[in-house]
Design a protein around this ligand. Structure first.
Ligand SMILES: Cc1ncc(COP(=O)(O)O)c(C=O)c1O
Length: 354
């Protein structure tokens, strides 16, 4: 173990989900006015849902426990078992939600590969099943993700989303957006979040990632959809009682925390540039995620992560030779400098050893 490890600063770049609530959020939690939300009597939850619906340009919204629950409630609400859902091949809803779409909604997924996470309208159209052939399942939903996590926080532009939405509308199929980091996309392009949500029927956003709320996500859509989603949320055990205590920081997440995401993006760009200067291969950086390849130094990702963690730096492996670093509110410019120094010394150590 390294000397001084006990007091070593921990630089946690594993995810933006590690962000702790702000002082204002903690105060808002303590002061929240609450009621029983299953009876729809929690004024703070009601306010959060109104604010979220308005912000996303949808008729109604629902507070859910997590991004995963929000996505799965959306699938359950849109589909019946045996339906087919088109998903991007590396999307979170397909890749990282424990097979929940098939386990819970009983749907079949049809994967289509995107370009840096962005599905193309023409590829989606080819994957939509003909409704006249009785051999086929029915395509009942198309799922998008923005920003796209496994594509390295890539922004799917409004034009790219429109190309899918136009096809979806032509075939009468709804579009659900996993917008866990949709505000990162909006801030990166300097546009309103509705420039994206207008090309969706339903959308899920996370309050607990870069926006720093401790818990929760929102799903938004038309009023009838949200009524049905409320029923599914209850069936999944997500009907909570005095949950205004958790909705209160969610309100601040939406009203006060979106613009500052630009700082996370700046830090991610700084980190990426530093890695490139060390001759590492880095994927293009649009937002707060940096994907770095370790094959050029011939060190598997898990081994490199172990070396990093010995020096107090934490990230996650995304592939055998790929590491993901995610910036967030607790990461300072000095932290980025420190990480780059650590990586430089590790590379030097590795090349001496090889
Ligand atoms: C793109 C994306 N969608 C959904 C989720 C799920 O969110 P949660 O962890 O709140 O279930 C995540 C979490 O990292 C994510 O990155």
């Amino acid at each position: 173990m390294q000397k001084g490890r006990e007091t070593m600063k921990k630089i946690d770049l594993r995810s933006d989900t590690v962000t702790k609530p702000t002082e204002a959020m903690i105060r808002a939690m303590a002061e929240a006015e609450v009621g029983d939300d299953v009876y729809r009597e929690d004024p703070t939850v009601n306010r959060l849902e109104e604010i979220a619906a308005e912000r996303l340009g949808k008729e109604a919204a629902l507070f859910v426990t997590s991004g995963t629950q929000g996505n799965q409630v959306a699938v359950l609400t849109h589909c019946v078992n045996g339906d087919e859902v088109i998903v991007e091949a590396e999307s979170h809803i397909f890749y990282y939600e424990g097979g929940a779409m098939s386990a819970l909604a009983g749907v079949q997924t049809r994967t289509v590969s995107g370009v840096r996470g962005a599905l193309r309208g023409e590829d989606v159209e080819k994957a939509i099943r003909s409704t006249t052939n009785i051999h086929f399942p029915r395509t009942k939903l198309i799922c998008l993700e923005n920003t796209h996590n496994r594509a390295g926080g890539a922004v799917v532009t409004p034009e790219q989303m429109k190309s899918v939405y136009d096809v979806a509308q032509k075939h009468g199929i709804p579009v659900h957006l996993d917008g866990a980091r949709l505000f990162n996309a909006a801030v990166a392009l300097g546009v309103d979040v509705q420039e994206f949500s207008r090309y969706t029927d339903t959308v899920q956003i996370c309050l607990s990632k870069g926006l720093s709320a401790p818990v929760g996500s929102i799903i938004a859509g038309d009023r009838a959809f949200i009524e049905e989603a409320r029923w599914w949320r209850k069936k999944l055990g997500g009907g909570l009682r005095q949950v205004g205590y958790l909705a209160a920081p969610g309100i601040l997440a939406l009203t006060e925390m979106t613009d500052r995401l630009v700082e996370d993006h700046d830090r991610a760009k700084q980190l990426a540039e530093g890695f490139r200067n060390l001759s590492l291969e880095v994927a293009p950086v649009d937002t707060n995620i940096v994907l770095v390849k370790t094959d050029s130094i011939r060190v598997p990702a898990v081994e490199f992560l172990r070396l990093l963690s010995d020096r107090g730096v934490y990230a996650v492996d995304f592939d055998e030779y790929m590491i993901r670093f995610t910036t967030h509110r607790h990461i300072t410019e000095n932290d980025i400098q420190y990480v780059l120094e650590v990586v430089e010394s590790l590379i030097a150590g590795v090349s001496t050893a090889q």
